[in-house]
Design a protein around this ligand. Sequence first.
Ligand code: GLP
Length: 638
Amino acid sequence: MTDSTTTFERIPTAVFPHNQAAVAHVADAIERLVRERADAGQPAVLGLATGSTPVPLYRELIRRHREEGLSFAHVVTFNLDEYYPLEPQHPESYHRFMREQLFDHLDIPAAQIHVPPGDLPRDEVHAACTAYERAIDDAGGIDIQVLGIGRTGHIGFNEPGSGPASVTRLVTLDRLTRADAARDFRGEANVPRYAITMGVGTILRARRIFLLAWGRAKADVLRQAIEEMPSDTVPASYLQSHAASEVILDAPAASELTRHRSPWLVGFPEWSTTLTRRAVTDLSLRLGKPLLKLVDKDYQENGLADLVTSHGPAYDLNIRLFNEVQHTITGWPGGKPHVDDTHRPERAEPARKRVLVLSPEPADDILAMAATLHRLVQHGHEVTVAYLTSGNLGIPDTEARWAAQLMLEANAAETDSLARRVLDELARKSDFDQDSADLRQFKAYLRRSEARAALEQCGLNATAARFLDLPFYEAGTYRRFTVTSADVESVGRLLHEIQPHQIFTTGAAADPSSVPAQSFAAFAHAFRDAAKHAWTRDCWIWLFRSDGREWPLAEIEMAVPCSPDELDRKAQAIYQHRSQRHQTPVTDRASAEPWEQAVTRNRTTAGLYDRLGLAEYEAIECFVRWHPMSEASTSTAT
Ligand code: GLP
């Protein structure tokens, strides 16, 4: 870390190109502690976290145990939290998670493992929390505490409002936290409302703390935790007061830190195209002045004296930036045939392109680019939309029951129909039992029919849809997916068959455990494997976002405007994914319906272009180009 970064960063923060390297750093610290203590005949006390973030760390510890003889026989562990009420054998309980992800694979005696109890009667909870605190003290205190961070800025389950002196206690979960857990629990309504968590104060008593985070979706909250004054609105910010806490990030998670986001505030950066664009567009938005009205003084007074001195005056910079941003806008996402394309995002030739959209799950495509898809079809391109995974985990049982009932109505005479088997299974199973292969297949059919209906809204024939049902997804559950060569080969076969001129996809820089990140890894691998074929050299790849956010303004390379009518059509298309609508009553949900969110995002982007002084559109869909062979893309790809 340099001095300049410390001006903004209030916790030591290490950024690694990839989470594997980050995990090795933390595993080294744990290994050193465990070996030292074992040599001294003393226990090492670890504070452990759940969620997908620490899973790669746990895999690495298991590897060192198996391959390098690292013994955990003298390790004592305390987990941060547990849902309440929840039985320890429940598939989503943190008891079970820890057994499956770590403890079952180590030589740690069961008596040395502590996880807060989620199954006690309410009137025993307080005493159990006090006993948990005492047990930590009796063990000599926590030596190393591992933390993840929730999107609300929580550590453990210390939601906004948790103070720095809080101790182990029963807490009410934030709506956003419950919405984030909805997929694991198959619907927000099934997510427990409470949890037992170590307090912020309990965590701060640990001798050493590592907070881990991966993926771009957490970048905003991490900037707040690391760079803003400590406050209970972002409980992770209290780590600033700890003498030995460290934040460990991969590059996408660090992308909003000042040193990356606005490096001109911490030194004299190389003024690359993107950086200049970010500095100038930020300035314009912050001052509420269109690009063409910025003056030298605006630059000088806002930390951009170096830029305006080396690349100014303001007039020249303004015009250059205005043109650059203007050139990102196109109503021809497949390229405008037979015109000069020097300043257009896509090339003009070939006039009719083979376009392949790779959507990790059904609906990702439509949410991000329904209007763009419609334009591509209108402009005569040959569009194929491939859904990489079946998305069957995202279908609630209630939807499957409704659909199976409908099928049975139409087919009442059949005694051993799939519909009847599905209905029998749904009658038998609890919400949390694993779905049988039959039921998963049935749910996949539902998503297929929704995807086809949505594509038709975009003017695409239903036969344009391909369903790869990648094996990594069929074999896994949320947050626990791993791509294998079978997935890469499947995507590779499709690429080879279509030989596209243009690919639209997503998942670079996403949380590595997410479906989009795993899907992207399979694609990136397959594409690089195909590099010897000539078609790959004439194939442009465009990325959309699929994590509920939009590309930062300065990174957008293609902005496709939507008229009010096109935006309506997009909302209609999203609406076809009926299983993805909220399954909980309006009063009980954290966020707007999917089509509302998508429309708001696209309108917000249009609003930003407008504020910069460009044309005022109803909405904009946007994309960033991905260069498969460049170093930058490889570091975020997998
Ligand atoms: C839950 C856990 C936290 C964890 C957070 C983030 O809320 N209680 O300890 O940090 O999820 O989860 P993930 O790592 O899956 O993003």
